[in-house]
Write a protein that binds this ligand. Structure first.
Ligand SMILES: *Cc1c(COP(=O)(O)O)cnc(C)c1O
Length: 412
C-alpha cells in the first residue's frame, strides 16, 4: 500500500500494481479503463478481504452465539465504524448499510410518504441521475405533492438564482447530487444545504459520484441525508450507505419488514428494533459491508488530497488534448468539476466511437449516463464519457486520445 504525503510525487505505477484487472488485455490490447464513473476497479487489498470472509468466517451476524458469527459481527460493525469515521458522522448508528445509492434514496423517499400531502413541494435538481429522480416522482404520485426542478445553466451548473426563487415555495425537501455523474459538475452543496435549512427544508445529497474523489464531512455540512455506493470507490457492488441525522432515523418509518429489524413480533403487534437495525431488515450483504470498509481504508491510505490533485492533473491534460480534435464539444463546466469528460464530435455518433475504441482495449461509456434530462437539455441523444481514476496514467490518456482521433477519422 502507498503512503503518500504532499511532497512525494504521485506513484501511480506502484498503485496500479494493487489492481490485478489493470494488467489484463482486451481485444489483444492492454486494458485502458476509463469508465470509472460507472464503477471503479477493486484493489487486491479489498479482494483479499472478500476471499478471507468466505474462506474463514462466513456466517450470519447479530444472532449467533458461535465464534464465526461473533467474528463476522465484529468485522461488520467495525466496517460501520470505519464508515462513520470517514464521513465524520456523530454516531455509528447513523450509518445504515444499504445495497447502494439507489436503495438509500428509495428508503428515504418511501419514508417521506408519511410526511407529505398535496399541499407540499419538493425540489430536485436538473443535474440528477435517474435514481435521484424516479423515487421522488413515485413519492409525488403517492402523496400528490409537487415536484419542482432547479434548472441548470448552459454551462452545466445549477442556476442558483432560480434555486433561491424556488425556496420561496417553502419546500419540505431538496435533493441534489454532490457531483454530477454525467458532467462532473461539483454542486455548491454547502450553500444549498444552508439555504434549504433557512426555509425549514430537509436536504438529501447524493454522493455516489463525489465519494471516489473527496471526503465529505457530514457534520460540517450539516446535511440531513447523505448517500453513496461502495462500488464507485474501490469497493464491491451491492453495498452502500445511507447517512441520516439520528433525529431523522427516529422519525422515518422502516422501509422493509423482516428479520433483524424487529424488537418483538406477535400477530397482534410488532415493535421495531433500535437504530441502525430498524432499517436493516433481513440478512445484509455482510461480506460487502466489510469490504466497503476495507475500500475506504484503502483510499485513505492513498489520501484524498493526493487523489484529487492527481486526478485534476489527468483531467486538465486530457481536456487539452481532446479539445485539439476537430469538431470536439465537451459538455459541462470548465472549472469546479471532477475527472469526467462528457463529449461529442461533430458528425460522429457516440456509440460508434465507443465501439471502435473498445477494439483498441479502451473502455468508455456512451449514451445517456442514466441522466436523460441532461441529454435533453443539450439536445443530444447521448455523449461519450471518459472518467478518470487515480490509477489512470497520462500515457493511457495519450492512447485514448489517439484512439478517439482514429475513430473520428473512420466515422466522418
Ligand atoms: C452511480 C450513481 C447513482 C446510482 O448508484 P447505484 O450504485 O447504481 O445505486 C446515483 N447517483 C449518481 C450521481 C451516480 O453516479
Amino acid at each position: 500500500m502507498n503512503n503518500l504525503n504532499s511532497n512525494t510525487p504521485f506513484d501511480v505505477e506502484t498503485i496500479r500494481k494493487d489492481f490485478p484487472i489493470l494488467s489484463r488485455t482486451v481485444n489483444g490490447k492492454p486494458l485502458i479503463y476509463l469508465d470509472n464513473a460507472a464503477t471503479s476497479q477493486t484493489p487486491q487489498q479489498v479482494i483479499d478481504v472478500i476471499v478471507d470472509y468466505y474462506s474463514n468466517y462466513n456466517s450470519n451476524i447479530h444472532r449467533g452465539v458461535h465464534t464465526l458469527s461473533q467474528e463476522a459481527t465484529d468485522k461488520y460493525e467495525g466496517a460501520r465504524h470505519t464508515i462513520q469515521k470517514h464521513f465524520n458522522a456523530a454516531h455509528a448508528h447513523e450509518i445504515i448499510f444499504t445495497s447502494g445509492t439507489t436503495h438509500s434514496i428509495n428508503l428515504v423517499a418511501n419514508g417521506f410518504a408519511s410526511f407529505l400531502n398535496e399541499n407540499d413541494t419538493i425540489l430536485v435538481s436538473a443535474l440528477e441521475h435517474h435514481s435521484n429522480i424516479v423515487p421522488w416522482q413515485m413519492l409525488c404520485e403517492k402523496t400528490k405533492a409537487t415536484l419542482k426542478v432547479i434548472p441548470m445553466t448552459s454551462e452545466g451548473a445549477l442556476d442558483m438564482a432560480a434555486y433561491d426563487d424556488l425556496l420561496l415555495l417553502n419546500p419540505k425537501l431538496v435533493f441534489v447530487n454532490h457531483i454530477s455523474n454525467a458532467l462532473g459538475t461539483i454542486n455548491p452543496i454547502e450553500e444549498m444545504i444552508q439555504k434549504a435549512h433557512s426555509v425549514g427544508a430537509a436536504i438529501l445529497v447524493d454522493g455516489a459520484q463525489a465519494c471516489p474523489h473527496i471526503k465529505p464531512d457530514v457534520q460540517a455540512l450539516d446535511v440531513d441525508f447523505y448517500v453513496t455506493s461502495g462500488h464507485k470507490m474501490c469497493g464491491p457492488t451491492g453495498v452502500g450507505m445511507l447517512y441520516a441525522k439520528e433525529s431523522w432515523l427516529h422519525k422515518l418509518p422502516p422501509y422493509q419488514g423482516g428479520g433483524e429489524m424487529i424488537s418483538e413480533v406477535t400477530f397482534e403487534k410488532t415493535t421495531y428494533a433500535g437504530l441502525p437495525h430498524k432499517f436493516e431488515a433481513g440478512t445484509p450483504n455482510i461480506c460487502g459491508g466489510i469490504a466497503f470498509g476495507a475500500a475506504i481504508d484503502y483510499m485513505n491510505s492513498i489520501g484524498f488530497d493526493a487523489i484529487a490533485a492527481y486526478e485534476h492533473e489527468l483531467l486538465e491534460y486530457a481536456t487539452e488534448k481532446l479539445n485539439a480534435i476537430e469538431g470536439m464539444q465537451i459538455y459541462g463546466p470548465k472549472t469546479d468539476k471532477t475527472s469526467v469528460i462528457s463529449f461529442n464530435i461533430e458528425g460522429v455518433h457516440a456509440y460508434d466511437l465507443g465501439t471502435i475504441v473498445d477494439k483498441l482495449g479502451i473502455a468508455i461509456r456512451t449514451g445517456q449516463h442514466c441522466a436523460q434530462p441532461i441529454m435533453d437539455f443539450f439536445k443530444v441523444s447521448g455523449t461519450a464519457r471518459a472518467s478518470f481514476c487515480f490509477y489512470n496514467t497520462k500515457e493511457e490518456v495519450d492512447t485514448f486520445v489517439a484512439g478517439v482521433k482514429k475513430a473520428a477519422m473512420m466515422l466522418r
